[in-house]
Every structure is written in structure tokens, then in C-alpha cells.
Design a binder for this molecule. Sequence first.
Ligand code: ADP
Ligand code: MG
Length: 140
Amino acid sequence: MAIERTFSIIKPDATRRNLTGRINAIFEENGLRIVAQKRIWMSRAQAKEFYKVHKDRPFYNDLVDFMVSGPVVVQVLEGENAVAKNRELMGATNPANAAPGTIRKLFAESIEANSVHGSDSPENAAIEIAYFFAGCEIVG
Ligand code: ADP
Ligand code: MG
């Protein structure tokens, strides 16, 4: 397995409850290194662009409202098979379906306020990382 990078967001429901450190500990205890990280308050335009793949879904407007409702922590995680590993650590989108011990089972409030985002493919990871980070901000 190759060393890979993925993009992660700790969402507003989790920053509001001061869960950044507990979520980061799960990444680090499971072999993912945080090689870039910053706390930002996304603009509506940024959130709409980031989630544009979902623009025709009924939950899109609410999702954008949620993502701009408070600060988020955007991150680049690095490790073996990082994209799939992070998806495994996150758990299913709906916390009701998430496996025990996953971030969403432990912390998510709802299918929308589900604490974390993680890229779903290496191709999307590269696009999402480039959207939020300059190359010189990522230090492995
Ligand atoms: P994931 O984040 O697991 O990759 P999706 O890409 O399908 O899930 O959806 C993006 C985000 O949109 C989810 O993380 C969640 O915040 C929100 N979302 C997805 N499905 C729903 C839904 N049915 N109702 C409300 N919000 C949803
Ligand atoms: Mg997704």
C-alpha cells in the first residue's frame, strides 16, 4: 500500500462541542498523520462550491447552511491507504448506521451534523486538498 493523502473537515457541530482534539486523537492512533490543518469559517460561496456535487439533492441548501453555521477545521491526513482508512474511521454518513467506535457513531448529532467530512476517492482528495491548501502549507 502506498502512502496517500486525504482531505478531512471537522464540521461545525464538532468544533462547537470542542471535539477537535478527540477526533484528531482517533486519526493519530490509527496511523493517519495530520500534515496540514487550519481552523476557518467557510464562506457561503466556498461551501456551495465544495458541495456542488450535491447541488440537486434535497438536502443541499440545509447542508450549506450547516457548514457555514460555525468554524470548521480543514485538514490533510497522510498515511497508508489514507482515503479508505479515513472513511473507515469516520463511519457511515448516517450515524444510526455507523459501526461502533467510528467517529460518527461516537460523536455525530444527525445525518447532516455528522462531525466529519472525508474524501471519497484519491482523485477527489487531490481536488479538495488543492481547494483549501497551498502546497507550501502541507508539511509531511
Ligand atoms: P459522506 O459525507 O459520508 O461522504 P455524502 O457525500 O453523501 O456523505 O453527503 C455529504 C454530506 O451531506 C453528509 O456528510 C451530510 O452532512 C449531508 N447529508 C448527506 N445525506 C443527507 C441527508 N439525507 N439529509 C441531510 N443531510 C445529508
Ligand atoms: Mg461525500
